[in-house]
Design a protein around this ligand. Structure first.
Ligand SMILES: Cc1cc2nc3c(=O)[nH]c(=O)nc-3n(C[C@H](O)[C@H](O)[C@H](O)COP(=O)(O)O)c2cc1C
Length: 368
């Protein structure tokens, strides 16, 4: 779950209060360090660092960026899941974190291929459940061709805004069918709008899962630059509120708070303003299946970007905690055969252009 900056702002009337407070400098500040990794990608002058600097721009749940990389010798690296970065309430089995690692690995692989390097991967060399690395990667020069989808890597986004009423053209839906089930039939889309909204309300009304999102709020440019991850709220009002302390995370925990009420209303309209969905299912649900699911989501997100379409993961109904059992069972009854797992569910359509989200720099993510 991610709060929409624009709509959060619209409720609390940011512009007026900022003017009244005369907070010119603080108000107009932009988080620049937090988005620098988007312009640093590929500029490290060494193929593994270059590939990693692209990979860290991958989509990942709650923008928690759970990866750590360890360079080994001249041509290898180990990729680790950082145990300090988990989502124990919304992702108790680490399934979504692993999907995020799969997105990362696929983008790393594609970035290396741009330089003609293949990446030979050994997944979970110490077993899927041990403390060992997620992957060992060996970079092999002259063994790969560039992938056309990589051209969309710098402009790929998760777009968490309401979409136009404009339908997804049949040709685009057909082009995306290799990546998942594209749902465009109006009655099926309505079923998923209702299901995603119901699931979103459960997440919000379950105190521990709501708190998991609130704990990840970064309010205003200073907080975003200091911790470029989680859910970033930016703009003049948040800059002042975060710096002067009149917008506090803990106040948003109450569902009666103005921010929470606004978030509720805005998400209702976001889920409703969805002309199509995409569902991705896997036959198994091992860690390897989840890594593969991440690669598929990344490729779908690049393909939608190339087609000028927006994509927004809406994962609440796929989350594995008791309160979510109803929506979880229904999405599986609709789209999965017995034994299969719905790994990703997304809204698809035409949304507004959205800015890049914050990232920790490569240097912060390299194990020494
Ligand atoms: C496994 C997975 C689950 C996600 N679930 C959600 C979700 O339920 N709601 C949402 O708004 N974004 C979701 N996201 C998108 C992330 O919030 C997003 O990737 C992250 O904030 C970075 O933003 P970016 O993709 O625009 O670079 C998910 C991403 C992944 C990989």
């Amino acid at each position: 779950m991610t709060l929409s900056r624009r709509r959060f702002l619209s409720l609390i009337g940011g512009g007026v209060i900022v003017a009244a407070a005369g907070g010119g400098y603080i108000g107009s500040r932009k988080a620049t360090a937090a988005v620098a990794p988007w312009s640093l990608a590929g500029g490290y002058g060494e193929v593994r660092r270059d590939a990693l600097s692209w990979a860290l721009l991958a989509p990942n749940p709650h923008n928690i960026q759970p990866w750590r990389a360890e360079l080994i010798g001249d041509a290898r690296l180990a990729l680790h899941l950082d145990p300090a970065r988990s989502l124990p309430h919304t992702d108790p089995f680490g399934r979504q974190l692993t999907i995020g690692m799969g997105c990362f690995i696929e983008l790393m692989r594609m970035a290396a291929a741009e330089r003609g390097h293949a990446v030979e991967l050994v997944l979970y060399p110490d077993g899927e459940d041990g403390p060992g690395p997620v992957a060992l990667a060996t970079f092999v020069p002259g063994a790969a061709e560039p992938d056309p989808l990589f051209a969309a890597a710098a402009t790929r986004r998760s777009c968490k805004e309401p979409f136009d009423a404009r339908p997804v053209p049949e040709a685009a839906a057909a082009a995306l069918a290799e990546h998942g089930v594209v749902v465009t039939r109006p009655e099926d889309v309505q079923t998923l709008r209702d299901l995603t909204w119901e699931a979103w309300v459960i997440e919000m009304e379950t105190p521990r899962t709501w708190k998991e999102s609130i704990d990840l709020l970064r309010i205003g440019a200073s907080q975003v630059d200091a911790a470029p991850d989680g859910i970033d709220l930016q703009g003049p009002f948040f800059n002042l509120g975060g710096t002067l302390g009149f917008i506090r995370k803990e106040d948003q925990l109450s569902l009666d708070s103005m921010g929470a009420r606004q978030t509720y209303e805005s998400y209702r309209s976001t889920m409703a303003r969805t002309p199509a969905h995409v569902v991705q299912v896997s036959d198994g649900n091992t860690r390897r299946d989840q890594i593969e699911a991440g690669a598929r989501w990344l490729r779908l997100n690049l393909a939608t970007t190339a087609l000028g379409l927006s994509l927004h993961p809406v994962s609440q109904a796929l989350q594995e905690y008791p309160e979510m059992a109803g929506p979880y069972a229904r999405i599986h009854a609709l789209y999965a055969r017995p034994g299969q797992t719905v790994q990703m569910l997304g809204r698809l359509g035409y949304g507004p252009a959205v800015p890049p989200t914050p990232r920790w720099r490569l240097e912060d993510k390299l194990a020494s």
